[in-house]
Design a protein. Structure first.
Length: 365
């Protein structure tokens, strides 16, 4: 049996999305900027896809801009600070590397960055973020769902608390979009990053929601596509696949995560569950074992999980370190993540293999 439980890293492309990609590559292959009928057909497909994604976000089509993925969306959103007064940015210590590395670069350019630390349970009180906002704060960036722990952050409450400030609000919603209720108007954010490959769409495409009236400068210059804000010939097949994935999207069954937590509480009481909130992410630790050892054991049995963010490439989790967890908890942590296609049989197989790993590997210590 095989159990793919690394859906927070990427997902299998669903048939509807794959079909949309192939159709765009073989039938609607014109350049959307061309004025002949082949180009107009491609343009219409891009705009229909934009409308579908905007509808899922509760936004207007003119507020959705296509990019190459969540990383570009985050980088572009943070660059909106350049158009604001002030040289101060507020974010959190548990953001994705796409945000933290961009902030590091901005810091080297003279920006002052305040990173709000999480509580030990991974939560971040909205009041704590709001308290860090100053008169010269240009932008606040707080993710919607943490990609390692599944903690859900109160972006709408943060928006309410900082409403009187001059700061823009950005949220990286890559792990929330199509996985939990998410409407731009309810979130109150000015900028929202989303990605296709986390929701069973193709890799290489995402979108940035830019609230009407928000001043943002181009990150990429060229032919003037995307209203002159994101130049480059549109990736029509990927955009079509993204929209198809959105239209067909279902939700992860909360019973999957609940089953694993309840079972391991009885069979592996030493396993520590870290954070939580979103039903599609489970972070846990087996103190005494190293993450790589657990992952290798599971991988040999075709159970695929990860150690925190796939983008960290094996480095110790900055998220868990920010939570001030003991080193043995951090070093023994793994992340299992689920999708609408994950079955209870896969969850059971994961538990069996993890129980075997603990029994055999801990015995050797």
């Amino acid at each position: 049996m095989k159990a793919y439980l690394d859906n927070a890293a990427t997902t299998q492309v669903r048939p509807e999305a794959a079909e949309a990609v192939v159709r765009a590559m073989t039938e609607v292959y014109g350049n959307p900027s061309s004025l002949h009928s082949a180009g107009l057909d491609a343009h219409d497909l891009v705009e229909a896809s934009r409308a579908a994604i905007a509808s899922a976000l509760g936004a207007q089509p003119g507020e959705v801009f296509f990019v190459s993925g969540g990383t570009e969306a985050d980088n572009w959103a943070l660059s909106a600070a350049y158009s604001r007064r002030g040289r101060h940015i507020v974010s959190t210590a548990v953001e994705h590397e796409a945000v933290l590395e961009k902030l590091k670069a901005m810091s080297s350019q003279g920006w002052e960055v305040t990173l709000v630390a999480p509580e030990k349970d991974g939560s971040i009180p909205a009041e704590k973020v709001a308290a860090a906002v100053r008169e010269d704060t240009a932008l606040v960036s707080v993710m919607t769902v943490n990609n390692e722990t599944g903690n859900i952050y109160l972006v709408a409450e943060i928006a309410r608390l900082i409403k009187g400030s001059r700061a823009l609000l950005h949220t990286d919603a890559v792990q929330a979009f199509m996985k939990q209720p998410l409407r731009a108007s309810a979130l109150g954010a000015d900028l929202i990053s989303v990605s296709s490959h986390k929701i069973h769409g193709p890799k290489g495409v995402g979108a940035l929601y830019v609230k009407k009236g928000t001043n943002i400068k181009p990150l990429i210059f060229g032919g003037g596509q995307e209203k002159g804000l994101r130049s480059g010939t549109e990736n029509v097949p990927a955009i079509a696949g993204f929209a198809a994935a959105v239209k067909a999207a279902g939700r992860c069954d909360p019973a999957i995560r609940a089953y694993i937590v309840e079972r391991l509480a009885g069979t592996l009481p030493e396993a520590a569950v870290i954070g939580g909130g979103s039903p599609h992410i489970l972070c846990l630790s087996l103190p005494g074992l190293r993450s790589e050892t657990i992952m290798n054991y599971l991988s040999e049995r075709e159970v695929f999980v990860s150690r925190g963010s796939a983008c960290a490439k094996g480095r110790r989790s900055h998220v868990l370190e920010a939570m001030r967890l003991p080193p043995e908890i951090v070093d023994g942590s793994i992340r299992a993540s689920f999708s609408e296609f994950t079955t209870l049989e896969e969850a059971e197989y994961f538990c069996v293999c993890l129980e075997e790993a603990a029994q055999k590997l801990l015995r050797k210590l």
